[in-house]
Design a protein around this ligand. Structure first.
Ligand code: AMP
Length: 192
């Protein structure tokens, strides 16, 4: 299955995408995780990335598109993929849709996590204590939520119209187990 998880930072989509990936045996491609791996190299690129990511702004479309096209072309993704954190801009969405078209592939399922931004702020501040991410503090959260509203929300809106039959909004304020069950239930329905 080829699946996209949309949702603002801190909505829990990363946790759910990971659990869902383990449940259905399809690779989880989190662009945030892939970029954080790159930070470990301490090279020129990582210094640049660190600066952008710790400010809460988005990394360039060209780098993200390159990362995703490499991943989606790899054998790991022969049976599908779960995209978490991509596409995040119109340019990334255009790239993805043309990549799928050229490769004769189509999306099977889209989840869009919806949640009050006040709950997100609380969640991210808690996560900052557990995971020590440099992009988890109030100022940066604000920048990340602004970037989401400005760049990503229009993309998810477009998908909600273009892919109406496979697009599902998820109430991300529910607890982890309940959401997991809901995602599985929806995926089984769509498979039939
Ligand atoms: P995430 O873990 O998905 O919240 O991503 C952490 C950070 O990585 C974001 O705040 C961005 O700086 C960067 N990032 C992740 N995915 C993308 C993307 N698709 N486009 C641009 N920047 C991204």
């Amino acid at each position: 299955m080829k699946i996209i998880f949309f949702g603002p930072p801190g909505s829990g989509k990363g946790t759910q995408a990971k659990l869902f990936s383990e449940e259905i045996g399809i690779p989880h491609l989190s662009t945030g995780d892939i970029l954080r791996e790159k930070l470990k190299f301490k090279d020129k690129l990582s210094i640049k990335l660190q600066k952008i990511m710790s400010s809460g702004n988005l990394v360039s479309d060209s780098l993200l598109n390159e990362i995703i096209s490499d991943k989606l072309s790899s054998n790991d993704c022969l049976n599908g993929f779960i995209l978490d954190g991509y596409p995040r801009t119109i340019a990334q969405s255009d790239f993805l849709l043309s990549f799928l078209k050229i490769n004769n592939q189509r999306l099977d399922l889209i989840f869009d996590f919806e949640i009050d931004f006040k709950i997100i702020e609380k969640r991210i501040l808690n996560r900052s204590k557990e995971e020590r991410r440099s992009d988890d503090n109030l100022d940066v959260i604000k920048t990340r939520l602004d970037a989401y509203m400005k760049e990503t929300f229009p993309v998810s809106k477009f998908y909600s119209e273009k892919f109406r039959d496979i697009y599902f909004t998820i109430d991300a304020s529910k607890d982890i187990e309940e959401i997991s069950r809901e995602l599985l239930k929806i995926s089984k329905k769509v498979e039939i």
